[in-house]
Design a protein around this ligand. Structure first.
Ligand SMILES: [Fe+2]
Ligand SMILES: [Fe+2]
Length: 136
């Protein structure tokens, strides 16, 4: 069973952003499955690195849209993105060095972060795009 389900409330109303968020939910589910199936460190590390790379790409895409459309909340939103990327990088480093294990609480942290960010900052940005008549 999937760890986390996509739900309609998570939609911000911009096709590309919503698709990328769906993919992030998929990656969290892959991470959960790898953990549950007791996959080796290498496999879990691969999924963690994929999650980080996908997240970085997604944040870049959102930030490019902010620049293109002159979003006034861009600075604050970008700072939140940078903070998460740092946390995920630290997590991977800890995992690689054997200091950190992938735990249920770590997955819960990632899920909570994603939901909170989508429901808060990303929805605000989605509403801004809508107000500007930006279709995607
Ligand atoms: Fe996002
Ligand atoms: Fe965002």
């Amino acid at each position: 069973m999937a760890y986390m389900h996509w739900r309609i409330e998570l939609e911000v109303g911009h096709g590309q952003i919503d698709n990328e968020h769906r993919s992030l939910v998929d990656v969290l589910n892959r991470l959960h499955a790898a953990m549950k199936q007791g996959k080796g460190k290498d496999e879990i590390e691969r999924v963690l690195v994929f999650l980080k790379d996908y997240t970085v790409g997604h944040f870049k895409a959102e930030e490019a849209l902010m620049m293109t459309h002159g979003y006034p909340g861009a600075q604050a939103h970008m700072a939140i993105h940078a903070d998460l990327v740092k946390q995920v990088k630290d997590l991977i480093e800890g995992f690689q060095s054997g200091k950190t294990l992938l735990t249920a609480s770590m997955l819960a942290f990632l899920e909570e972060w994603l939901v909170k960010h989508i429901m808060g900052e990303d929805k605000a940005f989605g509403a801004f795009l809508k107000s500007k008549g930006v279709a995607a």
